[in-house]
Design a protein around this ligand. Structure first.
Ligand code: ACO
Length: 435
């Protein structure tokens, strides 16, 4: 990473004669990074960067985003090409192993993952402890974390084979857990996985089939779900991935780390956004109400945000949103939905926002979640399951990033510092003597 021929930056503290040479670390693409690891030891100061907007927390070879240009690459391949030509299991191989598989490697990998789709039968009993109206993300956090209690032969993080099997188990079993979380909420029997189906197809089968009827799925809808999984598979050091890495840096087992990632994904600023987009569209209700809604979004005294818009990294159109918009039309067409009021509303909302100075100035564009909710709703997926689907897709990204971190010799326990602004040292006062 370090290029010794490059001049380093020099940092001199004002009012002090101390200075530090900061080596520049070269990325293969993207901004150069200043290495501040010696900062505290040499100058006795920390850096301040809440939200980590200017801090690289790790070295990674998995995913690259150019937020200004609206570019997303998995292992160097543009997301547009992968969404068009690849499938989700091939993306899993790519993210985990670094390259696309040849035909033999692909078949072996697919078989390897798909034979882990069943859950230990005792895990099934967990559901009896959940309320029927539990949010499926609560079930996901609980059951994925509990996998560590069952699969003891894949929790030794120092053992490469354990890591490989844990990765397979997580990728293969999260769709089963997700589908069962849904089945439980509607009181239908659990449907066991079918390993002869594709990954997305099997997931939809477990969600939608019932034992008393034949189940037929349109290939267009299976493809749409597979594409949605591809688009959500990884996104470099976002909040949930950073959570997984931080938990993993302590040496915690992979099931616990991924459960931590699921918890971080749950929030409306992250994975909960597509659920929030649908709620927002329902609240707006009609195109004529858009100007009033936009007025509220722009009002500094209101906390209303245009959900599905804006991104910490993309200051241009999120490339995933473009693919989502196209997929949205394909799905509605396949389902024979000629007129979807929510889609009309979303398109109009996007048009108005993209012309509005407030959004233009702040470089706020639609993100991946703006259209995904409409697709999922049309496919009959209930709103509380939206974030769950995101978790299913992102599991491979989390696992790949976790594995990369464990295999990185420079990885250390994650431990941010702070700027303390609380009281200075003071003496304890017995309760009777306090004012
Ligand atoms: N609606 C209205 N204003 C917004 C929005 C929005 N969606 N997003 C950002 N802004 C405004 C902020 O109010 C702020 O304005 P100011 O400079 O006048 O104070 C400015 O744009 C910068 O916003 P920040 O919150 O500082 O940007 P940040 O990078 O922290 O936020 C985030 C990114 C959380 C995604 C934000 O854009 C947001 O809340 N969007 C809506 C939720 C959403 O769609 N999340 C999904 C993200 S994609 C994903 O996780 C898959």
């Amino acid at each position: 990473m370090t290029d010794s021929t490059k001049p380093a930056a020099t940092l001199t503290l004002a009012g002090s004669n101390k200075s530090l040479s900061l080596p520049m670390l070269d990325a293969s693409i993207g901004p150069t990074v200043l290495d501040i690891r010696k900062l505290y030891d040499t100058l006795g100061v920390f850096t301040y960067d809440p939200g980590f907007g200017a801090t690289a927390s790790c070295e990674s070879k998995i995913t690259y985003i150019d937020g200004d240009a609206g570019v997303l690459l998995y292992r160097g391949y543009p997301i547009e090409q992968l969404a068009e030509h690849s499938d989700f299991l091939e993306i899993c191989y790519l993210l985990l192993n670094g390259d696309l598989p040849n035909a033999t490697q692909r078949d072996e990998f697919n078989r390897g993952v798909m034979r882990h789709t069943m859950l230990h039968e005792q895990i099934r009993r967990f559901w009896d402890g959940f309320r029927r109206d539990a949010h499926p993300m609560a079930v996901m956090c609980g059951v994925v974390g509990a996998m560590a209690a069952f699969y003891h032969d894949s929790v030794d993080i120092t053992n490469e084979e354990h890591r490989r099997i844990a990765a397979f188990r997580l990728i293969a079993k999260v769709p089963t857990i997700a589908a069962w979380a849904y089945k439980y909420s509607i009181g239908q029997p659990f449907i066991y996985p079918r390993n002869d189906l594709g990954y997305a197809e099997n997931f939809l089968y477990m969600m939608q089939a019932v034992p008393c009827e034949d189940y037929k799925l349109s290939p267009v809808l299976a493809k749409a779900m597979d594409r949605l999984f591809i688009l959500h598979a990884d996104h470099e050091q976002n909040a949930s991935t950073s959570t997984v890495r931080l938990a993993g840096s302590t040496g915690a087992n992979p099931f616990a780390c991924i459960a931590a990632g699921i918890a971080a994904l749950w929030g409306p600023a992250h994975g909960g956004a597509n659920e929030a987009v649908l709620k927002m569209l329902a609240e707006i209700g009609n195109k004529k109400n858009i100007p009033e809604f936009i007025r509220k979004v722009k009002d500094k005294n209101s906390s209303v945000r245009l959900m599905g818009f804006g991104h910490r990294v993309y200051k241009n159109y999120d490339p995933r949103a473009k693919i989502m918009q196209k997929t949205c039309h394909e799905v509605l067409n396949e389902l024979g939905i000629k007129n979807e009021p929510l889609l009309d509303l979303a398109v109009e909302l996007e048009r108005i926002a993209l012309e509005d100075e407030y959004f233009v100035q702040r470089r706020l564009y639609p993100n991946v979640d703006f259209y995904s909710g409409i697709i999922l709703k049309a496919m009959g997926i209930p709103t509380p399951m939206f974030t769950v689907l995101f978790a299913v897709a992102r599991t491979v990204g989390w696992v790949s990033q976790w594995k990369e971190m464990i295999e990185d010799p420079s990885q250390r326990l994650g431990r941010p510092r702070q700027i303390y602004t609380g009281p200075t040292q003071r003496d304890y006062v017995p309760v009777g003597k306090r004012a």
